[in-house]
Design a protein around this ligand. Structure first.
Ligand code: NAD
Length: 453
C-alpha cells in the first residue's frame, strides 16, 4: 500500500480552528431558519460558563506536578449541563467549548432534557499510573466543587476516561455531599455503582441504529444495507472497538481499524474479537498476526463503503478529504470532519451522517442512567436498548425529513444572510439539517421561557 502523506501546505489552520467551525456551522443553520431572531445568535453561540482550574498533584515518585482542567457549560435552556470529561495532553479550552456546544445540539436533537457541557484535564493518560489518575480526578472534581451536581451539570466519560474515572468522580462528590442520593451526579458509572446496563455500548449502538435507519429509510447512499459492506474504523477505544463489534454482528466486514499507534488492514475482513484480545494484551492493534500495517493517514483513505471516525476531531480535513473513498462517513467521534472537508465530501457524492446524530446514543443512555438513579431502579438491558433505538430512529427521521424540505426550498431560493449577502452554505447537507432541527427546538424553548428578567 502506498503511503500518501498529506503535504503540510494542504493543512489549512483556519479549517482546523474549532471556534471558527462552531461559528460557521451555526451561521449556516440559523440562516436557514424562517424568522430567526438574530438577537439569539450570540446567546446560542457563547458558552454560558467557562471554568478553568489548576491544581497540584503528588506523583508516585514524590514530585508535585500542576495540572490544568476545564469545565464548560454551553447552554442550559433544556436542563442541566451534560457532557463528558476528556483527559488528553493536547486538550485546549477552545476544544472543550466546541465539544460543549456539540452537546447542546445533540441533546436538543434527540429531545432529552439536558443542556450541553464538557470538561477535561490536560494530561497524558498513558504516562500516568492508576493511582496518579485517581488523585488527578479527585482533585479536579474537588476544584469544580458545586459547579457540578445532579441538577446543574452532570459529567460522563469521554476520551481516555471510563467507568472507573466516573466511580472516582461519584465517590469524591459523595464525600463532599454526605447524607443524600448523589448517584445522578455522574453517568457512565460501573453498573454495580448505579451505572445503566447498556451505557458502555450505547454510543456505538446508537451509531449502528442511526446508520441502519438511514440506509433503510433513504436512497441517498449507493448501498442499502450493512450486510457485506466494507467498514473502516478509526480509533479502537470504547466507541470504535464496540462499533467494530456491532457493525460486524450486523453483517458488515471490518477491513481496517486503528488506534493512536497506527492501523491494520485485511481486505478479507478482520476477526474483531481477536483484535480486541490482542489490544488488551499489547495495548495497540498494530501487529495483529496476518494483517497489514497502515499509517493513520492511509487508514482514512482505504477503499471501503463505510468510514467510521471514532477518535479525535479534525481527522478529515481539506488536505485529505478528496482522497476519502468511503461512500458513507459515520461520525462516531465528535467533530472529526472540518467545514472544508464537508464541502469536498459533499461535492464528491460522499454521504455523511453527522456526529450530533451518530454518537447521541451515549448521552441518551446517560439520560436513562440519570432517571434510573433518581428512581433507585435498574432497567433491563432490553428496555434500555429498545428505548435507545426508538430515540435514535426518531432523530434520524427528523433530520432526513428536514433535509428534504430544506433541499427543496434552497433549490428555488438561494439563502441570504441578514445583510442580504448570498449564503455560502448551499447545498444543504445532513449536518446542517440536523443543526437546524436542534436550533429550532432550542429557539422554541428559549422564547417560551423568555429572556430573564
Ligand atoms: P477512548 O479513549 O475509549 O478511545 C479513543 C481511541 O482513539 C483509542 O483507541 C486511541 O488509541 C485512539 N486514537 C487516539 N488518537 C488517534 C488517532 N490520531 N488516530 C487513530 N486513533 C486514535 O475514547 P472514546 O470514548 O471511544 O471516544 C472516541 C470519540 O467518541 C471521541 O471523539 C469522543 O468525544 C466520542 N464520543 C464518545 C462517547 C462515549 O460515550 N465514550 C460519546 C459520544 C462521543
Amino acid at each position: 500500500m502506498t503511503s500518501i502523506d498529506t503535504p503540510m501546505n494542504q493543512i489549512d489552520p483556519e479549517d482546523l480552528d474549532l471556534s471558527r467551525t462552531s461559528m460557521q456551522r451555526l451561521q449556516c443553520a440559523t440562516r436557514l431558519l424562517d424568522g430567526f431572531h438574530r438577537g439569539l445568535f450570540g446567546f446560542l453561540h457563547a458558552p454560558k460558563r467557562t471554568i478553568s482550574v489548576s491544581f497540584p498533584v503528588e506523583m508516585d515518585d514524590g514530585s508535585v506536578q500542576v495540572f490544568e482542567g476545564f469545565r464548560v457549560v454551553h447552554n442550559r435552556v433544556l436542563g442541566p449541563g451534560k457532557g463528558g470529561i476528556r483527559y488528553h495532553a493536547d486538550l485546549t479550552v477552545e476544544e472543550v467549548k466546541f465539544l460543549a456546544a456539540e452537546m447542546t445540539w445533540k441533546c436538543a436533537l434527540v429531545d432529552i432534557p439536558f443542556g450541553g457541557a464538557k470538561g477535561g484535564v490536560v494530561c497524558d493518560v498513558k504516562s500516568l499510573s492508576e493511582d496518579e489518575l485517581r488523585r488527578i480526578t479527585r482533585r479536579y472534581i474537588t476544584e469544580l466543587g458545586d459547579n457540578i451536581g445532579p441538577h446543574s451539570d452532570i459529567p460522563a466519560p469521554d476520551m481516555y476516561t471510563n467507568a472507573q474515572t466516573m466511580a472516582w468522580i461519584y465517590d469524591t462528590y459523595d464525600v463532599m455531599h454526605p447524607r443524600r442520593n448523589n448517584r445522578p451526579v455522574v453517568t457512565g458509572k460501573p453498573v454495580e455503582l448505579g451505572g445503566s446496563l447498556g451505557r458502555r455500548e450505547a454510543t456505538a449502538r446508537g451509531a449502528l441504529y442511526a446508520t441502519q435507519r438511514f440506509l433503510d429509510q433513504t436512497t441517498l447512499c449507493s448501498f442499502q444495507s450493512l450486510a457485506g459492506a466494507r467498514v473502516v474504523v478509526q480509533g479502537f477505544g470504547n466507541v470504535g472497538a464496540i462499533a467494530a463489534q456491532l457493525f460486524s454482528e450486523a453483517g458488515a466486514i471490518i477491513v481496517g481499524v486503528s488506534d493512536s499507534q497506527g492501523g491494520i488492514y485485511d481486505e478479507h475482513g478482520l476477526d474483531v474479537e481477536a483484535v480486541i484480545e490482542y489490544k488488551q494484551i499489547h495495548r495497540t492493534v498494530v501487529g495483529v498476526p496476518d494483517t497489514m500495517s497502515v499509517t493513520n493517514e492511509d487508514l482514512l483513505e482505504l477503499d471501503c463503503d463505510v468510514l467510521i471516525p471514532a477518535a479525535q476531531s479534525n481527522q478529515i480535513h481539506k488536505g485529505n478529504a478528496a482522497r476519502i473513498k468511503a461512500k458513507l462517513v459515520v461520525e462516531a467521534a465528535n467533530g472529526p470532519t472540518t467545514p472544508g472537508a464537508d464541502a469536498i465530501l459533499f461535492s464528491n457524492g460522499v454521504c455523511l451522517l453527522p456526529d450530533i446524530l451518530v454518537n447521541a446514543g451515549g448521552v441518551v443512555v446517560s439520560y436513562y442512567e440519570w432517571v434510573q438513579n433518581f428512581e433507585n431502579e435498574q432497567w433491563e438491558l432490553g428496555v434500555v436498548n429498545r428505548k435507545l433505538k426508538h430515540k435514535i430512529h426518531k432523530a434520524v427521521d427528523r433530520v432526513v425529513d428536514r433535509w428534504s424540505r430544506l433541499s427543496a426550498e434552497t433549490q428555488h431560493e438561494p439563502t441570504v444572510d441578514a445583510n442580504g449577502e448570498p449564503c455560502h452554505c448551499d447545498p444543504v447537507d445532513l449536518r446542517t439539517a440536523a443543526l437546524v432541527v436542534s436550533i429550532e427546538h432550542l429557539v422554541k424553548v428559549t422564547l417560551a421561557r423568555g429572556i430573564w428578567p
